[in-house]
Ligand binder design. Structure first.
Ligand code: FCB
Length: 443
């Protein structure tokens, strides 16, 4: 099975960048060579991870990285998106852990030697635990610690990097981590979410300053995720509720960056749930960027609620991936067009997109037809957005390989490569072969 895009699609040109993506905590293991992070603590707390697992070994990428780079290279990708583990490269006293830094430098050198452009994410959720002990993202100081960490990384990496993203999905860090309690550090309370979000956005802005000064030749930006909300009906009440949900979950992160202000909804939040905004914060947050990374998986449905601002409805009878997310590629096109209308966007890269499928390996073959269909539909959705004028420059499949899927542990597989966690054997799935074919057929 193969992917098929319209013949004249710019996504079939070799100038459109393709890659695969991972994140440090999800694949590395090598836990004994770094300080603990909030996900180690969260995993050690009973009941937080579906299968009771942790990131101690994960895909053992820390020891197998050379083979993994070969694997990445075998797809013919232009780029590889990885993240840096902050507690691997910085010691508690704020100085550099040279061994940890060397791990990434060697990896980056190998990628560059193979002509693969490194897209580095500075924060994909593995906050050092010692910073959480001081309040984590509820503590404004953490944003300044992130700025220092960024400076160390950028100086050490020199010219080895093609693009830097400050944060991956601040929505997940702030909302899932500090409001819903589904992710580390697992705090629950509406009074926490937006405060954490503000400090994350501030951290992004402060890191952008450092990147501009010390790494002017890389593409510097951020990765945001969007789960576009659609109303359950045309009623004014449902439409209004959905608008609020979109402001609360989606535009909360994009509007400050592009417009230098929070969505209107901020005025409706009770005082105690609002962020603590200092003078100049919004200017720091809204500096120009070289690119916007967009992660897309699914949409959500909302309706009005008698006492809450909105209510999410899980609709029956629609097609979903194994993680329960509705398959609705039209939302991807709609989202890209919507963002392009709202903001003066820099070039866009799709930094994550993919599907969790209940894969089975039989005689060394994983025939993940449903994932192939998902990718095919979503690549075409991106193509539709491009033909409607959105400047999308690249696309990364999530993920290179099956890995630690946060609160779901190892139960959900997103890879285009199958990982046998007992043996660490990697097997390219049918979707991986289809991806490789698409990339090789570009002109
Ligand atoms: C995103 C995360 C990524 C992965 C996918 C499935 O929210 O950025 O690490 O877990 O979801």
């Amino acid at each position: 099975m193969a992917f098929s895009l319209p013949k004249n699609s710019p996504m079939l040109s070799s100038s459109f960048l393709y890659g695969v993506a991972t994140a440090s905590f999800q694949i590395e293991g090598g836990v004994e060579h770094r300080l603990p992070c909030i996900w180690d603590t969260f995993c050690a707390t009973a009941g937080k991870i579906e299968d009771g697992s942790n990131g101690d070994v994960a895909c053992d990428h820390f020891n197998r990285w050379q083979d993994d780079v070969e694997l990445i290279s075998s797809f013919g990708v232009d780029a590889y998106r990885l993240s840096i583990s902050w507690p691997r490269v910085i010691k508690q006293d704020g100085t550099v852990n040279q061994q940890g830094m060397k791990f990434y430098i060697d990896l980056l050198d190998e990628l560059n030697a193979k002509g693969i452009k490194p897209f580095v994410t500075l924060y994909h959720w593995d906050l050092p635990q010692y910073l959480e002990d001081d309040g984590g993202w509820l503590n404004r100081e953490t944003a300044y610690k992130f700025q220092e960490y960024t400076k160390h990384v950028v100086k050490a990496f020199g010219d080895r990097v093609h693009a830097y993203a400050t944060l991956n999905e601040p929505f997940c860090s702030a909302y899932l981590g500090y409001e819903a309690g589904i992710h580390a550090p697992g705090l629950v309370g509406k009074e926490y979410g937006k405060k954490a979000a503000h400090h994350l956005l501030l951290a992004h802005g402060l890191a952008m300053q450092v990147l501009k000064e010390f790494s002017p030749n890389t593409l510097n930006g951020i990765v945001l995720n969007f789960t576009p909300g659609y109303a359950m009906s045309d009623s004014v009440a449902d439409q209004e509720a959905t608008k609020k949900a979109n402001e609360y979950f989606n535009y909360w992160y994009s509007k400050p960056i592009f417009d230098g202000e929070y969505p209107e909804l901020i005025n409706e939040l009770p005082e105690e749930n609002r962020p603590d905004i200092h003078e100049n914060d919004m200017e720091i947050i809204s500096q120009p960027m070289d690119f916007l990374g967009i992660n897309f998986y699914t949409r959500a449905r909302y309706q009005a609620h008698p006492t809450e601002m909105f209510e999410e409805i899980i609709v029956e009878g629609v097609e979903r991936t194994d993680i329960g997310w509705e398959i609705y590629p039209q939302a991807f096109t709609d989202l890209l067009v919507d963002l392009n209308t709202r903001y003066n966007l820099p070039p866009v890269y799709i930094t994550e997109n993919g599907a969790s499928i209940d894969d089975e390996i039989e005689s060394g073959v994983v025939n993940d037809v449903r994932r192939i269909n998902y990718y095919n539909q979503h690549l075409n959705a991106v193509n539709d957005a491009i033909s409607q004028g959105v400047n999308v420059q690249g696309y990364f499949a999530w993920s290179l390989m099956d890995n630690f899927e946060w609160a779901e542990g190892y139960l959900k597989r997103f890879g285009i490569v199958y990982v046998d966690y007992q043996t660490q054997v990697r097997t390219v799935k049918a979707s991986g072969l289809a991806y490789k074919k698409l990339l090789s057929e570009r002109s």
